[in-house]
Design a protein around this ligand. Structure first.
Ligand code: DMJ
Length: 643
């Protein structure tokens, strides 16, 4: 799923504060000070003000507050032993009361204020004497203390659960030297992408390989969450890049912090971060990944606090406040977003023994089951307040795609016990085949988009994942139509290959048409880009696993070469803006999914099938492998792990 019209990141940094040469004789330059430092200055100014007020305002205690003939005065006091009457913390004393004691009291207070004031001024002066680096180091130490405290609070020990069958983690070396070389090429590309991110973008979400600096988009919020590190971990692991894996683990252990005032996409954070952390945990056995995944999941839960339980698209990790994308039809949540949580959330319940995650996603499923579906199709938009569909648009590409994928994968992941998910998948695919899948005049099978009863004859790069999905779902299909679905998968793979082959760069456009004499070609300028997406290669890999037809490896190799030739730059890999142009310009973004998915699928395509076998592993929509949970002789909700 992609989110159209990604908004620029709204950085919320404090503006640089110019204190000038007189404030900092040794530091003439403009300094950007931390919040703490600014607070200190404000505090010091405030104390000065109080101090001044105390000395220079007229002495109010000498004035009579009430002219009742009693000439009473009000002074702050709480001692009632002198026979006075306590009125809300103030003591009323009669005329002739010991004025001496009164003055002493005043003097004592003045002295105390003077001493406090001087102490605060001294402290402030001391701070100002320190260099910028020293101040920053102090602030960092304070921050670390807080993070450690939070860590202690958050990392309650999780109950031990039996680990599922983790087969085929370190296998896959092909005997054929030619295939081995191709596999090594995928690994070398991974190393190039990682090393450059390591050098120029470390800790940022993504890399700008040409500007050679960090990059982010609004899906990750406004903080540096190291999206590329988390997304890349399992690819590094299966490629045997263990030093790089350890570097990533260390960064995550020390720096990945979710207590940040940052609004993130629930879907993206789930598939990339929770999926990535869970896969890293299962592959490596390192507890830190499981703990981080559970901490993060806890931060996403407030997104489900809507009248229907359909989550908001975005949530602020600190405040828990959620909302939807401004561009979504009638304030709706998006099918591919709230419908792509199931795999990760079931694993979270399995690993923690806490049913809360499982219940959230099952609630979504139950709600969807009850709803009317126009022509049997699921619209992309659902309003989380009213529980009603928004616009009747249906897509197997952006906004819809991974919802269908997760129905199938929920069934596979449950060791085929979750037959309810399989039924929903079968029903949905039948409706899609009837209303959305067509053959072009030139004989290419394509999946169009359904818009208010009309079929748009356009297919997105994202939709190309469906070839692999049909093949994966062939076994176990209704009416034993395995052959039919494998064939459908092959036809989609062929169409998507054509969309690559009909370009100058041999890389696929974002969307392509089957209309007005055009076949598998992008027409609009803003649909001609390639941003290192994985879906076509993903389908080649599934088709290879199920058929072993060498053409899929051949097509995968063509894509590898094209990416290496046109997207590789010295600072990493970049997307290109026009795949039909012989001198393309770069978009200067190395997407985290390039490391998580594109390069992983290429590596798997040139590996033997015993690396992460599909009977034991199910890949989430970001290509993070999660093991099948063998919950034999029980239903999901009846499994003790979920109670
Ligand atoms: C990935 O983040 C995931 O595959 C998602 O489901 C949709 N597409 C992007 C990459 O294209």
């Amino acid at each position: 799923m992609t989110t159209p019209a990604l908004l620029p990141l709204s950085g919320r940094r404090l503006p640089p504060l110019n204190l000038g040469a007189s404030a900092f004789p040794h530091h003439r330059a403009t300094l950007r000070l931390s919040e703490k430092f600014i607070l200190l200055l404000i505090l010091s100014a405030f104390i000065t003000l109080c101090f001044g007020a105390f000395f220079f305002l007229p002495d109010s205690s000498k004035h009579k507050r009430f002219d009742l003939g009693l000439e009473d005065v009000l002074i702050p006091h709480v001692d009632t032993s002198k026979g006075g009457k306590n009125l809300g913390g103030f003591l009323i004393h009669g005329q002739g009361h010991d004025e001496h004691r009164h003055r002493e009291e005043e003097e004592r207070l003045r002295n105390k204020i003077r001493a406090d004031h001087e102490k605060a001024l001294e402290e402030a002066k001391e701070k100002l004497k320190k260099s910028r680096d020293e101040i920053q180091a102090e602030i960092q130490t304070e921050k670390n203390k807080v993070v450690q405290e939070l860590k202690k609070k958050d990392s309650k020990p999780l109950p031990p659960v039996p680990l599922p069958n983790l087969i085929g983690i370190n296998s896959g070396e092909p005997a054929d030297p030619d295939i081995r070389e191709k596999r090594n090429k995928a690994k070398e590309m991974m190393k190039h992408a990682w090393d450059n991110y390591r050098q120029y973008g470390w800790g940022h979400n993504e890399l700008k390989p040409i500007a050679r600096k960090g990059h982010t988009t609004n899906i990750f919020g406004n903080s540096q969450m190291g999206a590329t590190i988390v997304d890349a971990l399992d690819t590094l692991y299966i490629m045997g890049l263990h030093d790089e894996f350890r570097e990533g683990q260390e960064w995550i252990d020390k720096n990945l912090d979710f207590s940040v005032n940052s609004e993130v996409s629930v879907f993206e954070v789930n598939i990339r971060f929770i999926g990535g952390l869970l896969a890293a945990y299962y592959l490596s056995g390192q507890e830190v990944f499981k703990i981080k995944a559970v901490q993060l999941a806890g931060k996403l839960l407030p997104a489900f606090n809507t009248p229907t339980g359909i989550p908001w698209a975005m949530v602020n990790l600190k405040s828990g406040v959620g909302r939807n994308w401004g561009w979504a039809s009638a304030g709706s949540s998006i099918l591919a977003e709230f419908g792509t949580l199931h795999m990760e959330f079931v694993h979270l319940s399995y690993l923690t023994g806490d049913p809360v995650y499982y219940n959230k996603v099952m609630h979504i499923r139950k709600l969807l089951q009850k709803m009317d579906r126009p022509n049997g199709l699921y619209p992309n938009y659902l309003n989380p307040r009213t529980g009603r569909w928004g616009q009747h648009h249906t897509s197997v590409g952006g906004l819809g795609d991974s919802f269908y994928e997760y129905l199938l994968k929920a069934w596979l992941m449950s060791d085929k016990m979750d037959t309810e998910a399989r039924k929903m998948y079968d029903d949905a695919i039948e409706a899609i085949e009837k209303h959305l899948i067509r053959k072009s005049n030139g004989g290419l099978t394509f999946i169009g988009e359904w818009k208010n009863g009309h079929l748009e004859r356009k297919m997105g790069h994202l939709t190309c994942f469906a070839g692999g999905m049909f093949a994966l779902g062939a076994d176990g299909s209704r009416d034993d139509k395995a052959g039919h679905y494998l064939q459908l998968g092959a036809e989609i793979a062929h169409t998507c290959h054509e969309s690559y082959d009909r370009t100058t760069l041999k890389l696929g456009p974002e969307a392509f048409k089957f209309d007005g004499g055009v076949e598998a070609v992008a027409v609009r300028q803003n649909e001609k880009y390639y941003i290192l997406r994985p879906e076509v290669i993903e389908t080649y890999w599934y088709m290879w696993r199920f058929t072993h037809d060498p053409k899929y490896r051949q097509w995968g190799w063509e894509a590898t070469q094209a990416i290496d030739k046109y997207c590789r730059v010295s600072g990493g890999f970049s997307g290109v803006k026009d795949v039909y142009s012989s001198s393309p310009t770069y978009d200067d973004v190395q997407q985290s999914f390039f490391l998580a998915e594109t390069l992983k699928y290429l590596y798997l395509l040139f590996s033997n099938d015993d690396l992460l076998p599909l009977d034991n592993w199910v890949f989430n929509t970001e290509a993070h492998p999660l093991p099948v949970l063998h919950l034999a002789n029980t239903t999901l909700s009846g499994n003790p792990a979920y109670r």
